[in-house]
Design a protein around this ligand. Structure first.
Ligand code: G3I
Length: 407
């Protein structure tokens, strides 16, 4: 019944090229979202796309809620940057993922000086004060909080940082308890990178989830950042295995929280863009296949504002819109996978050989005709062997050589 209602609503939508969130919701997910940052909000064209709730149903502040911004000096709180993005999400009607409370990076100098500045009592008080103030300020506004961020080394051992050095592994439960007390309704996440597929670090996350629960604290989710590399993205089955392990450890939901898939050398070739599209497709399919996966957030939606070139010089082009705010093949592949799920079609494997835009569909020549593709569904593209007949009121329009859609 719910499914029928969702599809009916979907079919009633006007044709639109902004649709990732709409399709994700129709496919049963909570949102498709994007990170954003304060400096970009003066770019009107950028904000127009960001604020389109057909495209993005959720925002994450990439910086503004971090400790160095929210408590720049001890006991003195500032919410200007975080509020700007929280207010934008609220006025757009978008969910807010709040990011992040306890992280070794982007700490103000007073908190980092060195571990010797603190003892267990003083640092416990510092953590409690920070979390109760910040989470309290945003109470009722955050769908979720990334409570602890990047606490693991790549081998799955605990990262030595001021919190671990002074408090040992008790700081996890401390942080989750403080966050739950300050906003009982926010979903509380552990968030990290390189935990998207099974391995030592993923096992470390399982351990943290169990540790927090054993201490009697609430932990709702695991955030898989998913800063991935084109051609090295885990397979769909690996991605699903990791998700299943987190659910098995006791969280009720997971999300891809910072997805981007970068090229390790630039510029990308057309086959590279195809590979990137397929890599994005694998992540989207994994999320769709696992009920516990509630949504996908990309770490900003355009190459124009990606963090990657600043940290990995010579790498990048990791997002789904290019620097001129044009959609890339990865956008189309995500849209295609979501549309197939939303309309109940079998998910197709995208096989692109070029990214050149064409104006007509290219199909295999033996496509069935006693069928109808609903609005948003795939109706053509290179090697497409499925139905090419669009539902009344829609026409088959080429997005690119390998994907056409009933719009
Ligand atoms: O705000 C200052 C500005 O005043 C100054 O002029 C400018 C000069 O460099 O720097 C600005 O601060 C920068 C800040 O982003 C805001 O733009 C910092 O230098 C820069 O280091 C910082 O980078 C952020 C990075 O986290 C820091 O670790 C990225 O924007 C942000 O996207 C990135 O996000 C992290 C997640 O929080 C956690 N997971 C990994 C992810 C990517 O690194």
């Amino acid at each position: 019944m719910l499914y029928t209602t969702a599809i009916t609503a979907l079919l009633a939508l006007p044709g639109a090229s902004a649709q990732l969130n709409k399709l994700a919701k129709a496919a049963g997910k909570l949102y498709f979202g994007s990170a954003t940052d304060n400096g970009e909000l003066s770019d009107r064209s950028y904000v127009n796309i960001l604020s389109n709730t057909d495209e993005f149903g959720q925002l994450t502040p990439a910086n503004g809620q971090k400790w160095e911004y929210t408590e720049p000096s001890q006991g003195s709180f500032s919410y200007t940057s975080g509020d700007q993005i929280a207010n934008l999400a609220a006025s757009n009607g978008q969910l807010l993922r709040c990011h992040t409370l306890v992280w070794y990076s982007q700490l103000p100098s007073w908190a980092t000086v060195n571990s010797g500045s603190w003892n267990a009592n003083t640092l416990t008080s510092v953590v409690n004060t920070h979390i109760s103030n910040v989470v309290g300020h945003y109470k009722g506004k955050c769908y979720a909080w990334d409570v602890v961020n990047e606490a693991l080394n790549d081998d799955g051992t605990y990262r030595p940082n001021v919190f671990y050095n002074v408090l040992g592994d008790s700081y996890f439960a401390l942080a989750f308890k403080a966050a739950a007390a300050a906003d009982p309704n926010a979903k509380l996440y552990y968030n990290d990178y390189n935990i998207e597929n099974p391995g030592s670090k993923q096992a470390g996350v399982v351990k943290i989830v169990k540790l927090v629960k054993a201490a009697g604290a609430k932990i709702d989710g695991v955030g898989m950042q998913a800063h991935l590399i084109v051609g090295s993205t885990p397979s769909q089955s690996q991605l699903q295995s990791a998700i299943q392990s987190y659910v098995g450890a006791g969280v009720t939901e997971v999300a891809y929280t910072e997805l981007d898939i970068r090229f390790s050398s630039l510029p990308p070739t057309s086959s590279g863009l195809t590979q990137q599209a397929n890599d994005y497709s694998a992540v989207t399919k994994a999320c769709l296949a696992e009920k516990a996966c509630i949504g996908i957030t990309i770490w900003d939606y355009t190459d124009k504002y990606s963090w990657i070139p600043g940290v990995f010089p010579g790498q990048g082009d990791a997002l789904i819109y290019d620097s001129n705010l044009n959609k890339k093949p990865a956008w189309t592949s995500i849209s295609s996978v979501l549309a197939a799920a939303a309309t109940g079609e079998a998910t197709t494997t995208t096989r692109a050989t070029t990214t050149t835009m064409v104006t007509s569909t290219t199909t295999r020549g033996s496509n069935p005709t006693s069928c109808t593709v609903a609005q948003w569904g795939q109706c053509g593209g290179q090697d497409w062997s499925g139905c090419t007949v669009c539902a009344a009121g829609t026409t088959c329009q080429a997005g690119n050589q390998w994907y056409s859609q009933c719009l």
